[in-house]
Structure formats: C-alpha cells, structure tokens
Design a binder for this molecule. Structure first.
Ligand code: PMP
Length: 397
C-alpha cells in the first residue's frame, strides 16, 4: 500500500527548531517558529485563559456533540470582535460564522466552499505570503496566483505594482489579504491603501478574502480590524478566516473561525448549509475547548479586561523589541538602514540579509532563522539583543 510513497523533506521551520533544541551554545537564539515568547523565551498560558478554564470546568455539564458550526454564542462574540459590535452586515444576518480547527481549518473550509461555489476560481495571494496558504488553498483544488506585495529594496508594500496586477482581477476570483501583521514581511496596508483596494473590489467584483491571524498584535484589536471593517462597509461579499492561536495564546487547542459576509441572508443560508455539509465530510465538527475558553473570556467583562491587558503587554513587548533591535544595530555600526524593523508590524520582518549571511548566523552564531531571513521578533529579549545585533553586524561585514 504505502511502499510507493516518496519521503518528503521535513518542514524547514520544524527542522530549525530541532537544531536549536540540540544546540548547546548558551547564547543560542531562536527566531524561527512563529509563536509569541516572553522575556524568558516561554509561551505561557495567558492568565485570562487559565481563569476561564477553571470557570468553564466548573460550568461544563456535558461533552455531547456540538455540531458542525460549533458554539453559536462563541461565533457571535467573535463576529463582534472582528466586525465590531453592531456592524450593519452582522445585524442584517449577512455574516455567518462557524468555529474551525484553528485559522488553518478556517482557510481550508473557505477553500472547499469556494471550490464548490466556483470550481474555476483563482485565489490571488501576496508575494510573499505565509507558506502554508499554498497547500491550504491549493490542496482544495483552487488555482493560486500571486500579486506583487513586498518590495525588498524599499522594505515597504509596492502598492502601485500590487494595484496594477489586481486591476485585472474580476468577479469569481478572490484576493487574499493579511488583515494585519503580514506574515512573513511585517509590512501592512495603510488606511488609504485599504480604501483603494475596497473600491477596486467593488468596481471589479472580486471577493476579498482576509486572513486575520494576529488581531491585537499590531496596533490594537479595533485598529487591526480596520481593513476588514472598511471592506465590510464597501463590498457585498467577503471571507474572513480568523485565528485565536496567537491573540489568545491557544495554539494547540485549535481555535479559529470562518466568517463569511454574503450578499443577502438567503445566500447566507445556502452558504451555511454547504459549509455544514463540507465540515461533516472532513472532520464532522470542530474541537470545543479552545473556543469555549474564548467564549468564556469574551462573555465576561472581567476576563475580557484581563485578556486586553495581557494582549497589550504582548503587543507592546513586540513593539519595544522592534525599536530596540533597530537602535542596537545602529549603535553597533550596522551597515544599512534598519529603521524598517521599527516601522513594520506584528511578529515578523525580513532582516533583508542573503542566504549565506543567514547560514552564518545559524552555524557560526547559533542564531536560528529561516533562509528567507524572516525573524520572529518575539524571540528577541533584553538579554540577547546585544549579541543578536553584534552577530548581524558581523555577518554583514
Ligand atoms: N494565517 C497566518 C498568516 C498565520 O501566520 C497563521 C499561524 N501561523 C495562521 C493563519 C493559522 O494559524 P492556526 O491554524 O494555528 O490558528
């Protein structure tokens, strides 16, 4: 049965993690895997989550099946978090949300529904985009094309090139946009750029498809949802895949949601029935625990306040590390301008060094990052930033 299979290479990020674990250099730094880390390098369970788990444990009376959409209450709370309380499209019953196994499960469900609605749809993704977008969407059978996004020379979004490509995208196709904190490049769209994209989507009729994996990690929960809310005010239909992995720190619990804004509530009913059937055929129903914790937090003003505080701490830590790395690189005489690290947003930026320099950081300095030079800012700490900046300066020489 299986002898005909060919072994596939290991995921490069997981390989990097294993190499980091095995490294005995006390100065080693892990900037590879994209999870939030605190000053000690840990990814702790949030206090709000711990408290919600106790409350939920005491309240839970049954583990009976929950059904393909998951908890209706959790879905409603997530809609408010994403679209804002009382958004007109939500009140009109045009937005429907289902709970999914993480953001990945949401993206895959969306891809399956798109494939069913329009088998010849193309999804346009940014160049670069998060590597897993390709299999998550492509394995559902969708065609994928790229639009220019990050300009490695200016370290900004090449918006004119992006729009020049998107102007030819028409009805039936989709444009995948990162809601905030672009992974891997850290360069986000400005409010004016969101506006131009919303107008183009309306004019051309393509469907915006937003991946929101880091809400609250950029500027704040509402600020980070600016693009989504603007699109929801402008276009008739859109898809939002959201994840609670990072902002609630629920990674392995697999908590995410798929929210689709339909043109009418009749379309929404049809869409939901198709999604339920697709879900039944894939994993039947989503895991409960993570999303029950999110529901418990968002349903309690006290726990929400605790969560807001913890989320702000994570966000502020990332921002301050961005500023600090830029400052240290300048102090230590780095060749080139690294102010983009401070200007960019979320957990990731490309250092902008070449593959040989990356390999030197890994092999000569025990600083682990992927070949593209993407770094996880949260892997930096007050204790390691000097060594990191000195090592970058050394490999740049
Ligand atoms: N989209 C992007 C851009 C991501 O970076 C991630 C997490 N790395 C996800 C979606 C989905 O994450 P998860 O399935 O763990 O919720």
């Amino acid at each position: 049965m299986f002898e005909g299979l060919t072994a596939l290479p290991a995921d490069p990020i997981l390989g990097l993690s294993a190499a980091y674990q095995a490294d005995t250099n006390p100065k080693k730094i892990d900037l590879g895997v994209g999870v939030y880390k605190d000053e000690q390098g840990n990814t702790p369970v949030l206090k709000a989550v711990k408290q919600a788990e106790v409350e939920y444990h005491n309240r839970e009376t049954s583990k009976v099946y929950i059904g393909p959409p998951g908890s209706a209450a959790a879905n409603e709370l997530l809609q408010a978090l994403i679209f804002g309380a009382d958004h007109a499209a939500v009140s009109a019953g045009r937005v429907r949300t289902i709970q999914t196994p993480g953001g990945c499960g949401s993206l895959r469900n969306a891809a399956e529904l798109i494939k069913k609605a329009n088998p010849s749809a193309t999804v346009w993704v940014s160049d670069p985009t998060w590597a897993n977008h390709i299999p998550l969407l492509g394995n559902a059978g969708l065609a994928i094309k790229t639009y220019p996004y990050y300009d490695h020379a200016t370290k900004r979004v090449n918006f004119s090139a992006m729009m020049d490509t998107l102007k030819d995208v028409t009805k039936g196709d989709l444009v995948l946009l990162h809601g905030c904190c672009h992974n891997p490049c850290g360069a986000d769209l400005s409010q004016d750029q969101w506006q131009a994209i919303a107008e183009l989507a309306l004019q051309n009729g393509f469907t915006p498809f937003i991946d929101m994996a880091y809400q609250g990690f950029g500027e704040g929960l509402d600020q980070d949802a600016y693009g989504i809310r603007l699109l929801a005010d402008t276009v008739p239909e859109m898809i939002v895949s959201s994840s609670c992995s990072k902002n609630f720190g629920l990674y392995r619990e697999r908590a995410g949601a798929l929210s689709i804004m339909y043109a009418s509530s009749a379309d929404a009913d049809k869409g939901q029935s198709n999604l339920f059937s697709l879900v039944r055929g894939m994993y039947s129903m989503p895991p409960n625990h993570g999303s029950a914790i999110v529901e418990t937090i968002l349903g309690s003003p006290n726990l929400t306040a605790t969560w807001h505080k913890e989320l702000a701490e994570m966000r502020e830590r990332i921002k301050s590390l961005r500023a600090l790395l830029n400052q240290k690189l300048q102090e230590k005489g780095a060749e080139g301008d690294f102010s983009f690290i401070e200007r960019q947003s979320g957990m990731f930026s490309f250092l902008g060094i070449n593959k040989e320099q990356v390999h030197s950081l890994v092999h000569d300095y025990s600083i682990y990052l992927v070949d593209s030079s993407r770094i996880n800012i949260a892997g930096i700490s007050l204790a390691n930033v000097d060594y990191l900046a000195e090592s970058i300066v050394a490999v740049l020489k």
